[in-house]
Write a protein that binds this ligand. Structure first.
Ligand code: FES
Length: 332
């Protein structure tokens, strides 16, 4: 999720908010005039600016050939930062919201066959992918785990799709069946196929280990929640707002400067000057605050950038990063 793709900004009308499962609602957006929306591919997400101005990203889960609406599904995160609670608790139908996108960091690439693995709300991008695989006439299977049957969204849509495609689908609530048998799923994947998975970090980590034993497979993953904290995360040097020493951030477009001190993130400092700067998770995993670095030595603490991206020091997640030089010049 790097680079600075130009995202189109749209003002869209919330047409429907529907209960899909316990703690899951879907939201349908359309143009006020019901006009055609920009095309999107499975795996794409929308950035939504909520009435409180929080920005959140959600995978599109409707049918890509329906150009009159965008649908996203939102899980209420009980320990989240308020975005999902705002969606669940605010009467949004009839309101107009600003959305940016669609942007696709999780595209479905051609493959001889697909094995889809979804954990919980991670079903949202996978649902569109299963539809696309069906229309490409590529064989696919789906393994869908969740806390309990009541918490699992889109089961009827999946059953319908599976029947139409003749695809094997396993819907396995954890309270009845336990965790997904990832080793078994990987062992059963078609030769040379692609495994697409979206779900919580421990599921993706276990899947990575299982796929490592099958070099013929390619694994594509998307995390839908913050990586589980590791014990080291609590250490002062890795906290998002801890810095070895104070440094200056320069916003190159205006020449304004701000000092970043211990206890304040770069994002905090930037927001005082640019309240509209986009951000979402504030934990370094969503990529919304990806900012171009023009000079200075960023210290990366996100889970978005690859080692290669980091080596170039050309951009950083300012919600969690720090700086090893006296000055950091950002393209803002
Ligand atoms: Fe999500 Fe910075 S706000 S990575």
């Amino acid at each position: 999720m790097t680079g600075h793709q130009h995202l189109q900004e749209l003002r869209l009308h919330v047409r429907q908010v529907r209960h899909e499962a316990d703690d899951v609602v879907s939201i349908r957006f359309a143009r006020r005039d019901d006009g055609e929306l920009p095309a999107w591919e499975p795996g794409a997400h929308l950035e939504i600016r909520l009435p409180s101005r929080l920005i959140r990203q959600y995978s599109l889960c409707g049918a890509p050939d329906d150009r009159t609406g965008y649908t996203v599904a939102v899980l209420r995160a009980h320990d989240g930062r308020g975005g999902s609670a705002e969606i669940h608790d605010t009467a949004l139908v009839g309101r107009e919201l600003t959305v940016r996108g669609p942007r696709n960091d999780f595209p479905l690439l051609p493959a001889p066959s697909y094995t889809f693995v979804a954990g919980g709300i991670g079903i949202t991008p996978i649902l569109g992918m299963a539809r696309a695989a069906t229309s490409r006439s590529t064989a696919w299977s789906l393994h869908y785990g969740g806390r309990s049957a009541r918490s699992m969204a889109f089961v009827p849509a999946i059953a319908e799709l599976a029947a139409a495609a003749g695809a094997p689908v396993a819907v396995l609530p954890e309270d009845v069946h336990g965790l997904l048998d990832l080793d078994g799923i990987v062992a059963g994947a078609g030769d040379g196929g692609a495994v697409y998975a979206c779900g919580p970090a421990p599921m993706l980590a276990a899947l990575r280990t299982a796929v490592a034993r099958r070099p013929d497979l390619t694994l594509h993953t998307e995390l839908f929640t913050a990586p589980a904290p590791t014990p080291g995360d609590a250490a002062p040097h890795t906290a998002p707002d801890r810095h070895e020493r104070d440094f200056t951030v320069v916003l190159a477009q205006t020449g304004e400067t701000a000092t970043v001190t211990d206890g304040c993130t770069i994002l905090d400092a930037v927001r005082r000057l640019r309240p509209e700067v986009p951000y979402s998770c504030e934990e370094g995993f969503c990529g919304t605050c990806d900012t171009k670095v023009l000079s200075g030595t960023p210290v990366h603490r996100d889970t978005v950038l690859s080692e290669n991206d980091r080596a170039g020091h050309t951009s950083m997640m300012i919600c969690v990063g720090s700086c090893a030089s006296d000055e950091l010049v950002l393209d803002l």
